[in-house]
Design a protein around this ligand. Structure first.
Ligand code: SAM
Length: 292
């Protein structure tokens, strides 16, 4: 049996052997606790028939646990310096492919097609680079990929916003953008001490399970997201004031906005954070009549 990668001693050994220096700009905080990694993988509910997509394998700490618990792992890594290290650390596993590419530029649909032929269940499991967590999650959700969902580590503050319910101060357009596509839940809070180097912020793991269809049916998705973003532009303002100041030609269409709010039974003095996603859906469809 070989030793797990994710221990402080083994990680130090690997870094020293290759003279690897962390790049802060790439969000390189590696996990050094095998128990935490196993628990993350548990939340992905993989079977021996599952495929796993990883973003940012680092030196392979999570990749290794995924390789043990799934049929196939494909990992995207942006930092070329890690390739020879991964080749070495993951040599005991024959079910791992590492692709040197920025996930934000990658054609993930094509990779899934090529790498996971014959695999029906695909999950994204990752300890994300914290400087780009939101763009990565939104890319993977909006590209309509054949995945069951995501289990990802990110800043606790962002996890709180993603999983937030209406009426809380964390609830906003990010909660809506992600809950539109998925059921979102924070499943773990993770202390800084399990990373090398330790990040400055607290971390959490969220599980996002894709819905069979979006939580609300809207006539125009882009406009729905414009309406939700506009409604939270200034959190202390009423929904009427935010929509009037943010929507294109909103000022000259104040009467129509008021009418749409009335039609959908939404008090114009409410704040965006009190509206459910269903209410935003109805409001956006009603506003669409006046804005498109
Ligand atoms: N999975 C490893 C672990 O848990 O120990 C490393 C996680 S570390 C937080 C983030 C990893 O993402 C780093 O290996 C970094 O080089 C990589 N990375 C950063 N930006 C990336 C991008 N745009 N595309 C792919 N990988 C990226």
């Amino acid at each position: 049996m070989h030793k797990d990668i994710a221990t402080p001693i083994r990680t130090q050994e690997i870094l020293k052997k290759y003279g690897f220096a962390f790049k802060k700009s790439l969000g390189q905080n590696f996990l050094i606790d095998t128990n935490i990694l196993r628990r993350i993988v548990d939340h992905a509910e993989l079977t021996e028939e599952s495929g796993a997509i990883e973003i940012g394998p680092g030196i392979g700490a999570l990749t290794e646990q995924l390789a043990k618990r799934s049929k196939k792992v494909t990992a995207f890594e942006i930092d070329q310096r890690l390739l020879p290290i991964l080749k070495d650390t993951l040599s005991p596993y024959d079910n791992v492919t590492v692709i040197l590419e920025d996930i934000l530029k990658a054609n993930v649909a094509k990779v899934i097609d090529e790498e996971f032929a014959g695999i029906d269940d695909v999950m994204v499991v990752a300890n994300l680079p914290y400087y780009v967590t939101t763009p990565i999650i939104l890319k993977l959700l909006t590209e309509n990929l054949p995945i069951r969902g995501l289990v990802v580590m990110l800043q606790k503050e962002v996890a709180d916003r993603i999983a937030a319910k209406p009426g809380t101060k964390e609830y906003g357009s990010l909660s809506i953008a992600i809950q539109y596509y998925t059921e979102a839940e924070t499943v773990m809070i993770v202390p800084k001490t399990v990373f090398m180097p330790q990040p400055n912020v607290d971390s959490a793991v969220i599980r996002l399970v894709k819905r069979a269809k979006p939580i609300v049916e809207v006539k125009d998705e882009d406009f729905f997201f414009t309406v939700t973003r506009s409604s939270f532009a200034q959190r202390r303002k009423t929904i009427l004031n935010n929509l009037t100041s943010q929507l294109p030609d909103g000022k000259s269409k104040k009467d129509q906005i008021l009418k749409a709010l009335e039609q959908t039974g939404i008090d114009p003095t409410r704040r965006g954070e009190t509206l459910s996603i269903a209410e935003f859906g109805r409001l956006s469809d009603e506003l669409l009549l006046h804005f498109k």
